[in-house]
Write a protein that binds this ligand. Structure first.
Ligand SMILES: NC(=O)c1ccc[n+]([C@@H]2O[C@H](COP(=O)([O-])OP(=O)(O)OC[C@H]3O[C@@H](n4cnc5c(N)ncnc54)[C@H](O)[C@@H]3O)[C@@H](O)[C@H]2O)c1
Length: 327
């Protein structure tokens, strides 16, 4: 009865592994450490290897009695995906196909998949429901959309059941400050604001302050990484109880602007965040936040941490790990 966590040495995966262990679940991690860190896995067994290595996945399933999988492992840099698309098709799509073939051969049919709100591209209506059109605007986003379709067809043809969790903006660190995000790897807003606040980089560039939003800056839905971890465990339990394949928006339903994040950081750190207003960035949706009604009812899940709690945890983590994660 073990949960295999691919990418469990990465940011969201390591928080989920910790949450599973805290609940007394058996866990094994498969990660090639391309972006992850062995030190973030803490108390779970870590197998260093590639998800596309079917023989290795078969061995892990047999050795650890794997009954379900949470599949985080992927490349996730949107810009890189446009410069090196085949890197993303090979790892995110082909790698997942190899992983699932090995899982099915081992009789494992329950899988939670890390999808992304980027599958909706620029949504026409917010809050975004699962009924919104899937219209990815980058190679990265389309690898998530493609995988959701492929996993659907694995369900039809081979009995795989999948919960695709379409995350909004994961942020924050563990509340006990033991694990967090490696800001040297991340271009996400929260670590960028933290770095600027701590004088570790030039001012935060705010792309556009003339949008039709209350303060003129873009709006996103920030979700605490521990709330996200909780959603994964509930998704595993939903599948174990016989739940059907479903795609779910995992966000708080609350939109926060770029300047909301900046102000929350100033409150958490008692500092001034240097900001530079520059022009709008091509392709930036004005406002993206989730309608979490379906995930609330399907998984009986609700986030408990607000933006201030997210930012306070990120501040604690980054101020005590100013060089990122070092092994
Ligand atoms: N961070 C976000 O806000 C966010 C939002 C939406 C979706 N996601 C998705 O969530 C997942 C986890 O994101 P994260 O932020 O924790 O990223 P991350 O880069 O910290 O973690 C990904 C992990 O997967 C591992 N990995 C990659 N390819 C592998 C392979 N072929 N075999 C084995 N291990 C491999 C990496 O070493 C890394 O540890 C990704 O699939 C990402 O696309 C993240």
């Amino acid at each position: 009865m073990t949960v295999l966590v691919t990418g469990g040495a990465g940011y969201i995966g390591s928080h989920t592994v910790r949450h599973l262990l805290a609940l007394g679940r058996d866990v094994v991690v498969l990660d090639d450490l391309d972006k992850g860190y062995a030190s973030m896995v803490l108390d779970a067994p870590l197998v260093v290897g590639d998800i596309a290595d079917e023989a290795l996945v078969a061995k892990i399933c047999a050795e650890y009695d794997v009954t379900s999988v949470i599949h985080f492992a992927a490349h996730k840099n949107v810009g890189e995906s446009m410069a090196k698309p085949s890197k993303y098709w090979h790892n995110n799509v082909d790698g997942t196909v190899h992983l699932v073939d090995a899982l099915l051969a081992a009789g494992v049919t329950n899988l939670v998949f890390s999808s992304s709100c980027s599958v909706y591209g620029t949504p026409e209506i917010v809050p975004v429901t699962e009924a919104a059109p899937i219209q990815p605007e980058s190679v990265y986003a389309d690898t998530k959309a493609m995988m959701e379709r492929i996993l659907h067809w694995y369900g039809v043809t081979s009995g795989l059941r999948t919960v695709s969790l379409r995350y909004f903006n994961a942020a924050g660190a563990s509340l006990d400050n033991v694990i967090g995000e490696d800001w040297s790897q991340s271009a996400n807003l929260v670590p960028v604001v933290m770095k600027a606040a701590m004088g570790k980089r030039p001012p935060v560039q705010v792309f556009g302050n003339d949008y039709p939003t209350p303060d003129g800056t873009c709006i996103r839905d920030y979700i605490h990484v521990e709330d996200l971890a909780d959603a994964h465990v509930r998704a595993i339990d939903y599948l174990a109880a016989g739940g059907a394949t479903v795609g779910l928006n995992v966000g708080t339903g609350i939109g926060s602007s770029v300047l909301d994040v900046v102000r929350a950081t100033e409150r958490a750190g008692g500092c001034t965040v240097p900001v530079e207003f520059v022009g709008r960035r091509e392709g930036d949706p004005i406002s993206v936040f989730a309608d979490p009604t379906l995930v609330n009812s399907t998984l009986d899940w609700k986030p408990v941490h607000d933006l201030d709690a997210i930012i306070a945890s990120a501040w604690r983590w980054h101020s005590t790990h100013p060089d990122g994660i070092t092994e």
